[in-house]
Design a protein around this ligand. Structure first.
Ligand SMILES: NC(=O)c1ccc[n+]([C@@H]2O[C@H](COP(=O)([O-])OP(=O)(O)OC[C@H]3O[C@@H](n4cnc5c(N)ncnc54)[C@H](OP(=O)(O)O)[C@@H]3O)[C@@H](O)[C@H]2O)c1
Length: 271
């Protein structure tokens, strides 16, 4: 594979593919091409090298990396059509939830390096978390190229075991939705105490952002230490936490919720 900058084909430019492309086109020097049935949004169309609605439009271009960002339900059919743009050295990166390395390998025309990853929504602002696994065809250079590409949209973690992707999906892949729901719950609870919707929503949102920023400072202070530091004995925070932590209520709820997400991920990878 050539050294940076590299030529990347993104197959599927919807919510996640589009979000990643926006980061790559703004914060990297990759040459980007898009394969998508409908034309990409104007801001993307003006910054990419080319767009085609079918693979034939790319058959004279050499791609270093092909990113598969279509829905899991169609990814195998789409992968089978990619022969004109792949050779055995093309690194294929799939972001599809639940689609295994072995099923991707069976659908692709060559025994090539494949990476299966799980990004999350904050990738759209460069604050995502992505974990990935490699197949046995990946050399350390492929892993490095994937890390370089994916680190443009946030932090990257390399996994040894593909099975861990189910747990990653439950924690970080689906995780943003839990935080958004926390914001909803805090808003509703604030309203039940008499605040207007707008004020309660703003307080909840800004509290989550501020707390996340504290966690981000990376000075070694853990979430538990921060919680303890704001919980005075006999105070208001302790009164609330006694409800949330009684019988490990919230911890138990999260354990059950994430177990459901992980089991659903396992079901999807079997279907
Ligand atoms: N959304 C997330 O938060 C998230 C998080 C982690 C992983 N993922 C994964 O990301 C993938 C995409 O999800 P999404 O939410 O971005 O879906 P999406 O918004 O529906 O995007 C899918 C894109 O694929 C395009 N497409 C359809 N058929 C195609 C074909 N034959 N060839 C090329 N492109 C085709 C669609 O184009 P048209 O609109 O023109 O039909 C659309 O732009 C999924 O596999 C999902 O598991 C998503």
């Amino acid at each position: 594979m050539s050294s940076s900058p590299q030529t990347v084909l993104v197959v599927g430019c919807g919510h996640m593919g589009g979000a990643m492309v926006r980061q790559w086109m703004t914060h990297s020097s990759y040459t980007l091409h898009i394969l998508n049935p409908s034309k990409p949004k104007a801001d993307i169309a003006s910054k990419i090298e080319s767009h085609s609605e079918n693979v034939e439009g790319f058959k004279d271009i050499h791609f270093d990396i092909v990113v598969l960002a279509v829905k899991p339900q169609i990814i195998i059919d789409v992968a089978k059509t990619l022969r004109p743009v792949l050779d055995e050295n093309t690194l294929v990166i799939s972001i599809a939830a639940g689609v295994t390395l072995s099923s991707l390998q069976a659908a692709l025309p060559h025994q090539q390096p494949i990476i299966r990853c799980m990004p999350n929504l904050p990738s759209s602002i460069g604050a995502g978390v992505t974990a990935f696994v490699t197949n046995e065809k990946c050399l350390s250079s492929h892993t490095q190229h994937a890390q370089d590409l994916l680190s443009v949209v946030g932090s990257v973690h390399v996994l040894d075991d593909e099975q861990d992707l189910h747990s990653v999906t439950a924690v970080s892949g689906s995780g943003p939705a839990y935080i958004f729901h926390l914001a909803e719950c805090m808003t509703d609870a604030g309203m039940s105490l008499g605040l207007s919707h707008d004020l309660a929503a703003q307080l909840a949102r800004e509290t989550i952002i501020g707390s996340a920023r504290l966690l981000e400072t990376n000075d070694g202070t853990s979430a538990e230490e921060y919680r303890k530091s704001v919980t005075s004995k006999g105070g208001t925070t302790q009164a609330a936490l006694e409800v949330l932590m009684h019988d490990d209520a919230m911890r138990g709820l999260f354990e059950r919720a994430l177990k459901q997400a992980s089991e659903r991920s396992q079901e999807l990878s079997r279907s």
